[in-house]
Design a protein around this ligand. Sequence first.
Ligand SMILES: [Zn+2]
Length: 118
Amino acid sequence: MHELSLMLNIIDIIEKEYLKNEDGKIKTIALKVGEFSGVVPEALEFAFEAIKNDSDIYDEANMIIDLVPFKVICKDCNNIFTPDMEYFLQCPKCGSKNTEIQSGRELYIDYIEIDEKE
Ligand SMILES: [Zn+2]
């Protein structure tokens, strides 16, 4: 399952780079996920729920997934559009195939909220 290994990676990054205190708890994990990133948000949430029970670091953790729409820009007429099909990137306005994906491939940690205990 792709999303589970992805979620394990995210957790690994959070624990190594964000969690400074051993008694700290993760409050929020906010992710940016592009519609065209190949990741299914529901599967990611499912993976997170499974991981959550492994450690009390995540007792109060909440995951927010911000879905970034799939947008393509036409380099000939600057028209921005959402293709009907993932591999059909022709501009619907002028018919040009000189197009570029503008957004929708994102997959990163937007921000993390941590409750650091003294
Ligand atoms: Zn165009």
